[in-house]
Design a protein around this ligand. Structure first.
Ligand code: FES
Length: 108
């Protein structure tokens, strides 16, 4: 549960502007995303990343990625086991950054 407390965080009333780095197919893409903005996978797609998704409801895990640095708030996490969260995995269709920097890797 220690890692869950590290990567998962609740949203605050004051939005956080985050510098996001997404790693996909070995390429790094940087973009800014507010904690009250789009879901991480949608922002990544807008930034040109061919990020995978399917249900967009937190069930299928197609959008699963690993947090290497930073924190997120996940609205739903139906498809993730506690052990996966402990290892740093998130569902990017349900995730919003809560830290000023965030590094997420789809390749792991
Ligand atoms: S797209 Fe299905 S869990 Fe995110």
């Amino acid at each position: 549960m220690h890692q869950e407390q590290t990567i998962l965080h609740t949203l605050t009333n004051t939005p956080v502007q985050c510098q996001v780095t997404v790693i996909f197919d070995g390429e790094r893409t940087l973009f800014e995303l507010s904690s009250d903005g789009k879901a991480l996978v949608d922002a990544a797609i807008d930034a040109g990343v061919d990020a995978p998704w399917s249900c967009h409801a937190g069930v299928c895990c197609t959008c699963k990625a690993k947090v290497l640095e930073g924190q997120v708030h996940m609205k739903h996490r139906y498809g993730l086991l506690d052990e996966e969260i402990e290892q740093g995995y998130i569902l990017t269709c349900q995730s919003h950054p809560t830290s000023e920097t965030l590094v997420v890797d789809y390749d792991v």
